[in-house]
Design a protein. Structure first.
Lengths: 450, 467
């Protein structure tokens, strides 16, 4: 067997190959991940997946041209081939004087994101968590008849970054999460629910809560009927808000702003959303699922208020876009894997908790539609901000459920939606993808139906 | 094109023996080498040039009702053997110990040809196509303010071997040239997307197709930026054949996947032989349609791809299956087990899915509508297979007034329930139009193509804005 090089040896070899090739400015990024997923069905483990992933990404800055290559072949030959390819790629791109490689040394910081031991848990222990989720869903209501699937996953990931300009750092993070999709059946009708949560350690994951919430998501859709076309106040519980907030985050990307693709371009210091709304991006949130000490370019991360009581305060930046805007990077270069180049994106991105009791907010509305599921969120165009989504919901009068509805659409513009938020609950919750939200009340949206 | 350090049949036999060393019913090895190149022109500059290789393998053992899958990046045959050992370690009895596995390599005929290996084409030629796309799109209208053009090539070599004795290889060469165009008018921004994608060699990309794609993308962004918001409510809708096949993919296709049907999760569960659509509707999935984005010689379990009639004149015939679900449901293997990469277990999913041509004149279909909506292009969609509720985005549509296509509308979505909508379609054109997409299911993405003739839907909910 080819001797396996340790992570630091791989990085050293890559740096040496860069030096030997006469490359002065470059970055080496390595990710080493072990993960496992267990899927259960009807009280038994159906499948178990063990996954190992280790690879290298090399960025070469040749003059002002950037080239990027990646490889999972971490033999000496594979590493050299990867470095060569990055150099070739740098001959294809065009120069940009604002491109740079990180050079500020990074300080150690403990964010509570690593809890060793997770990856050594036996299969049976992992399966037990998924089974507990499934059981909780079944026990919460007799109408829960079967499941699409229930999963438990965990991972332990080490990230190493080194630049020819003096940065060398690494961190390890652990994650675990569980999801389930129970089906509720009643009088021949079937409705599916979904819920999933994630945490940095097992102790913070509550299997019973996950199962119970998922079951409620299925049950609340039973008996759903078509609904007349009208304008109506809309209630987004934290989990429904999160999916829409994910669609809003590209508006803050400095890259989109600079290239004329964001409705927030040129609006710093201006009111962009309702004054009840404050939006924060916090990569240093202790134990946050998107917390990290440094970003995909080796820049120290930060906590920033992007929207302060309705007023736009800043954009998400990386090295290049920060230089173009006349500042320094805020550390928002996110990297999905060693094989993808960093792209600007949020970390733990959330709407701050408001002052209103969520139940009181809902009770105060004469008529409202509480959204219970959304279809097609991935098609929201962040450039135009326009959205038109398939939805199910519960029609409420003064907080009392009157009728479950399905086959409707909700439509509007993201900026209009943000401006129309007239209620912000105290119940801030974070989802598995690092997005957080309290309950939000939107004063009025177009609901399409019969 | 398979590389010398790919896993040989002898090495695969060893790995499968190791995988079954502690029991198990069936063992399978999936090996993959995936070479990719991506070039992106954005804001007038070639901004990204990304090249890479991802090589790995996965060993699956099924024992009793349980599936164990160990996967990871591999450099050589010893790494593959280590994965097999890891999979075996999780097998706790179940099934008999197996005799030595004998593999018989065979060659499948390839439904696609590659005249020009994209890896042999100089980067300058690819860059030139992106510059052409940028130039053409910007020249369409002064309201075009931003263009992103990207070129992606993907060469995936795969080997599938299993303890039933198969050892098969396939090479999927896929290309994708895509444009995203932003138009601005006053404070309104609109973006559009258009791509040319297929399982073919570099011969599929020339100046003509790139010019056409760029023009279409730019025209649509400009059209939408000046369009009125779509209304909300119920309308008669004509879906042009040019609109692509998102409708068939979302409203029917996902519901016909065998895994969802076995679990009783689809509105089509247990309904083979029943009428589930209008008699005008015949639905086919064809993994061998030459050059299409979802085409391959075999699926990711080594089953040869084929043309499968799913719904014939309204009657449900079969489901899209993998090995396990074909057996459990007692239907033929359709070659629809696909996986994003060696990191995942295969799942049942579509390849190239279409509604077959009907007998009506497409122009006559439009003329038949007094007041309605003409959909020229569909975008992405999503379905809840349990209830059958689906939604898909409309990226280009117009009002129909008195049988004539009138003003453009923007921001519309169509929602409905699959079987209900399929029963209501009352006119099917004699034309056929294709579109390409990337399908998402269970966290895995897969390249697909869809097609349909011009269709008339008497009444469906259109989601737009109320004045």
């Amino acid at each position: 067997m080819t001797p396996r090089l340790a992570n630091d040896e791989v990085v050293d070899r890559a740096l040496a190959a860069l030096r030997d090739g006469g490359v002065r400015t470059a970055e080496v990024f390595l990710r080493d991940a072990l993960s496992g997923t267990v899927e259960t069905k009807d009280g038994a483990i159906e499948s178990a997946i063990a996954r190992g992933e280790r690879g290298l990404g090399v960025r070469v800055l040749d003059g002002a041209r950037m080239g990027f290559a990646h490889s999972s072949d971490l033999s000496g030959v594979g590493i050299e081939a990867c470095v060569d390819q990055a150099r070739r790629m740098a001959k294809i791109t065009e120069p940009d004087a604002d491109l740079a490689i990180a050079s500020e040394p990074l300080a150690d910081v403990d964010l509570g994101i690593a809890h060793p031991g997770l990856e050594e848990r036996p299969l049976a222990d992992r399966g037990a968590i998924a089974l507990e989720v499934e059981r909780a869903a079944r026990e919460s209501d007799p109408r829960i008849s079967h499941f699409r699937k229930t999963t438990y996953s965990d991972s332990s990931i080490t990230t190493v970054i080194a630049t020819t300009t003096g940065v060398r750092a690494s961190y390890t993070e652990t994650s675990c999460g569980a999801t389930t999709s129970p089906v509720a059946s009643q009088n021949g009708e079937r409705q599916i629910g979904y819920h999933g949560e994630a945490a940095r350690r097992i102790a913070d994951l509550d299997p019973r809560r996950i199962g119970t919430r998922a079951a409620r998501r299925a049950i609340e859709k039973l008996g759903a009927k078509p609904f007349p076309t009208q304008k109506l106040p809309v209630i987004l519980d934290p989990w429904m808000s999160m999916s829409l907030l994910g669609a809003i985050s590209p508006l803050f990307s400095a890259d989109n702003v600079l290239k004329g693709r964001s409705l927030f371009a040129g609006r710093i210091g201006r009111r962009v959303v309702n004054e009840r709304v404050t939006i924060v991006d916090d990569a240093r949130r202790p134990g946050g699922t998107r917390s990290a000490p440094f970003d995909g370019e080796g820049i120290a991360t930060t906590r920033r208020t992007l929207v302060e009581r309705g007023t736009l305060r800043g954009y998400l930046t990386n090295i290049k876009t920060a230089r173009k805007l006349g500042g320094t990077s805020n550390g928002n270069a996110r990297r999905g894997s060693y094989a993808s180049p960093s792209r600007i994106g949020p970390s733990n991105f959330y709407v701050e908790a408001g002052v209103d009791d969520p139940k009181a907010l809902v009770d105060a509305l004469d008529r409202a539609l509480a959204i219970t599921s959304l279809l097609n969120v991935h098609t929201i165009d962040p450039v135009s901000g326009e959205f038109s989504l398939g939805a199910t919901g519960t029609y409420l009068e003064k907080g009392t459920p009157v009728q479950a509805v399905q086959g409707v659409t909700i439509a509007g513009n993201l900026t209009h939606l943000l401006s129309s938020i007239t209620g912000v609950g105290t119940d801030l919750v974070f989802g598995p993808g690092g997005i957080g939200s309290p309950t939000l009340v939107v004063a009025e949206l177009s609901v399409g139906g019969t | 094109m398979t590389r010398p350090h790919a896993v040989s049949a002898r090495e695969a036999e060893r790995a499968l023996r190791t995988a079954l060393s502690r029991g198990g019913d069936v063992a399978e090895l999936f090996w993959e080498r995936h070479e990719t190149l991506q070039l992106t022109l954005d804001d007038g500059r070639i901004e990204d040039a990304i090249g890479g290789v991802d090589q790995g393998a996965g060993v699956r053992v099924t024992a009793g009702g349980r599936t164990i899958y160990a996967n990871g990046n591999v450099t050589d045959a010893d790494d593959v053997l280590a994965l097999a050992g890891r999979a075996a370690a999780s097998v706790s009895g179940g099934g008999d110990l197996r005799e030595a596995v004998r593999l018989t390599p065979d060659e499948l005929t390839r439904p696609h040809s590659v005249a020009i290996d994209p890896r042999s084409v100089p980067a300058q030629r690819k860059v030139a196509l992106l510059r052409l796309a940028d130039r053409v799109a910007r020249a369409v209208d002064p309201r075009v303010v931003q263009v992103t053009a990207s070129y992606a090539e993907s060469v995936q070599d795969v080997i599938v071997a299993n303890s039933e004795g198969i050892y098969r290889t396939d090479t999927r060469v896929r290309l994708n040239l895509a444009l995203s165009v932003v138009a601005k008018q006053g404070d309104v921004l609109e973006s559009s997307f258009e791509a040319v994608r297929g399982t073919r060699g570099f011969e599929m990309l020339g100046d003509d197709i790139v010019t056409e794609t760029a023009t279409t993308a730019a025209r649509r962004a400009v059209l939408n930026v000046g369009a009125r918001p779509a209304p909300a409510g119920r309308y008669m809708v004509v879906l042009s054949s040019a609109a692509g096949g998102t409708l068939i993919h979302e409203s029917v296709g996902h519901g016909l996947e065998a895994d969802l049907n076995l679990k009783g999760l689809s509105v089509y569960s247990g309904r083979i032989g029943e009428k589930v659509a209008s008699e005008l509707i015949t639905v086919v999935d064809d993994g061998r349609d030459p050059g299409r984005r979802g085409t391959a010689a075999m699926d990711d379990e080594g089953t040869p791809t084929r043309r499968t009639v799913l719904i014939e004149r309204g009657v449900l015939k079969t489901y899209l299956s993998d090995r396990t679900h074909a057996e459990k449901l007692g239907i033929a293997r359709s070659g629809n087990a696909r996986r994003e990469s060696f990191r995942y277990l295969p799942i049942c999913r579509m390849t190239n899915t279409m509604i077959e041509r009907g007998g009506s004149d497409p122009d006559e279909i439009v003329r038949s509508v007094k007041d309605g909506i003409f959909v020229k292009k569909m975008g992405g969609g999503q379905v809840d297979v349990v209830s059958g509720n689906f939604a898909f985005e409309i990226s280009e549509c117009y009002r129909i007034r008195d049988g004539k296509i009138a003003e453009p509308l923007r921001g519309a979505t169509l929602v409905g329930q699959g079987p209900k909508l399929m029963s209501e379609i009352d006119m099917v054109g004699w034309d056929l139009g294709y579109s390409t997409g990337t399908c998402g299911k269970d966290g895995q993405s897969a390249p697909v193509a869809d097609a349909q003739p011009t269709l008339r839907i008497p009444s469906v909910v259109v989601g737009g804005k109320l004045e």
